[in-house]
Design a protein around this ligand. Structure first.
Ligand code: NOJ
Length: 595
């Protein structure tokens, strides 16, 4: 595979995320490492992806599995060395794969020398590198309500931790081990940019910027609204997309990439982003980010109580969300497309049917997502449809978010069974079980004892049992990636949603220079038929189309083909997906052969 050198090469790329701790362990200590990634680059090459996004491998106390960095320019010994990173870059590049490093600059670890200095006292020159504030007037440090703001942290509890020696609090939007950097201070920004330049000089191809829309806070630090029954307030209006965010992101890009010709990508993780904000972040003329991760579709199964209040997914709402994002970023800007990452449960368990229609639902979900306009992201294990883990007790969870949530919810008097059920469905640990290479005792992940439980269902759900198997989830992913690379319509085509009101069928058209793709999936366990001829813009005559992707196995396809194509109908089996292609010039259809 050869790498495109176009400045916007990332528009035609497919990204694969590796969570190194759980990908492949080369030295038998039970924890995945960089050597394990290097040893398995053939897998990425075989899958056909263009970019490897590596979750953090920097020196870290691992309070949040590396999203708490104590030295940006050193590699944690758990994962390897800087020489390993250099080798990874070289080996990935040799295969035509680019490397995107995860970069966490909203906060550091509390063990980072900057914070150690900053917390040494109010007179330290680095005091202002973080957010320090006295207690609320009239309340003693450490007393409930003395926090400078009432904000709730992403990992439960308050966003402020008291520091008795100085009598002040410091801010952490995540855990107390992750103090927030003060981007108002120009020295902080310059130190971060210098560090990022150092990484660019090592030959990497991009950054995935962790919670990058939280960098700018309203310096007035106003209190947030407290929902009924809640202890803490919602500070997002004051730290999400803060007053100087666009200035910072523009400055960051300019400072880090100034004078460099090599094509580079900056991807922003932006929780809570709206289409309108994303238009600004990703408008190329503004020089901020190339694409953002939006979270709206990730929130569709959250109830009024948030992530742990799990609700069934409404297909209509899912379509409405995607349509809005597809249309909103059609003229300028760019979408990222994802179902999963290291923070989300496994998509086949969450949005599909991981029982009877495990294979069909995983492939249907993959297809309707990946053939939209934008850059698809595949999270390790998604390409073989790994399922959520069957956690049996609260003690099985390792993730800081899950552990804290359980503790706080039980303290609030919630039912342990209900809390556990929500954790089983939504915990980030679901995505972090070791990657299944084969059906061996530790799923081929490690010769030692894996750092966390392995899924018990790996007989079919591993690379070994799916590679080269016609109709497998893995081969389906390979064909979707190959289609994106071969068919410009997937990258450049317009997007038109069909049947927006249908409760189960997710269908859309992509059109580009005389080629139209019809992508149609039944996201349910019941059969559904839709009439293509009745749909405005859908055009009759799909009976002459070429079937380019299907998740139906064997000869059945031919039979069902004949039925639905002849009548310009799509009679879709449970979780069936099909992609049809027509080429037409000036209204005249040009029949193509079925491939
Ligand atoms: C987002 C990351 O994806 C997540 O894993 C992490 O816990 C938080 N940001 C804090 O860095």
């Amino acid at each position: 595979m050869s790498r495109s050198d176009a400045p916007d090469w990332w528009r035609s790329a497919v990204v694969y995320q590796v969570y190194p701790r759980s990908f492949a362990d080369s030295d038998g200590d039970g924890i995945g490492d960089l050597r394990g990634v290097i040893d398995h680059l053939d897998h990425l090459e075989d899958l056909g992806v263009d970019v490897l996004w590596l979750s953090p491998v920097y020196a870290s106390p691992q309070a949040d599995n590396g999203y708490d960095i104590s030295d940006y320019q050193a590699i944690d010994p758990t994962f390897g060395t800087l020489a390993d990173v250099d080798e990874l870059v070289a080996e990935a590049h040799r295969r035509g794969i680019r490397l995107v490093m995860d970069m966490v600059v909203n906060h550091t670890s509390d063990q980072h020398p900057w914070f150690v200095e900053s917390s040494s006292g109010p007179d330290n020159p680095k005091r202002d590198w973080y957010w320090w504030r006295p207690p609320r007037p009239g309340i003693t440090l450490g007393e409930p309500g003395a926090e400078p703001t009432n904000w709730r942290s992403f990992f439960s509890g308050p966003t402020w931790t008291p520091d008795p020696p100085s009598g002040e609090y410091y801010l952490h939007l995540f855990s107390p081990c992750q103090p927030d950097l003060n981007w108002e201070n120009p020295h902080v920004r310059q130190a971060i940019y210098a560090m990022m330049r150092w990484w660019v000089d090592r030959g990497i191809d991009g950054f995935r910027m962790d919670v990058v829309n939280l960098l700018s806070k309203d310096p007035a630090l106003p209190d947030g609204e407290v929902a009924p029954g809640e202890l803490y307030g919602d500070g997002f209006p004051f730290f999400g997309h803060g007053p100087r965010i666009h200035e910072y992101l523009h400055e960051m890009r300019a400072e880090v990439l100034a004078g460099r010709d090599a094509p580079f990508v900056i991807i922003g993780e932006t929780p809570g982003v709206t289409v309108e904000q994303a238009q600004l972040y990703t408008d190329p003329s503004r020089g901020e980010l190339d694409m953002v991760f939006q979270f709206e579709h990730m929130g569709l199964d959250h109830g009024p109580g948030g992530k742990w209040d799990v609700q069934p997914l409404e297909v209509r709402a899912l379509k409405e969300t995607f349509q809005r994002w597809q249309e909103g970023l059609s003229d300028s800007g760019w979408n990222s497309l994802y179902w999963c990452n290291h923070d989300q449960p496994r998509p086949v368990s969450r949005f599909g049917d991981d029982g009877a229609y495990w294979r069909e639902s995983a492939t249907a979900l993959a297809t309707v997502l990946q053939l939209q306009r934008g850059t698809p992201f595949i999270y390790q294990g998604e390409e073989i449809a790994m399922r959520n883990h069957t956690f049996t007790s609260a003690a099985d969870f390792t993730d800081i978010e899950s552990v804290n949530h359980y503790r706080m919810a039980i303290a609030r008097g919630e039912s342990p069974a209900v809390v556990l059920d929500a954790l089983r469905r939504m915990s980030r640990d679901n995505a972090r079980t070791p990657f299944a290479w084969d059906a061996g005792p530790a799923v081929g992940f490690s010769d030692g004892v894996p750092w966390m439980a392995i899924n018990t269902d790996q007989d079919a759900i591993n690379i070994n049992s799916q590679r080269g198997v016609k109709g497998s989830v893995y081969e389906h992913y390979r064909s979707l990636i190959a289609l994106r690379h071969a068919e410009p319509t997937v990258v450049h085509g317009d997007f038109t949603m069909l049947f927006p009101e249908h409760p189960a069928v997710f269908a859309y058209l992509r059109s580009h220079e005389g080629t139209t793709l019809l992508v149609a999936a039944n996201l349910s366990g019941d059969p559904h038929t839709v009439e293509l001829a009745d749909t405005p813009g859908a055009l009759p005559g799909w009976n002459e189309a070429e079937v380019v992707v299907t998740n139906q196995l064997g000869d059945d396809l031919v039979t069902s083909d004949a039925q639905w194509l002849a009548r310009d109908q799509l009679a879709l089996q449970p979780w069936e997906v099909v992609v049809l292609r027509r080429r037409h010039t000036e209204g005249r259809r040009v029949p193509t052969t079925v491939g």
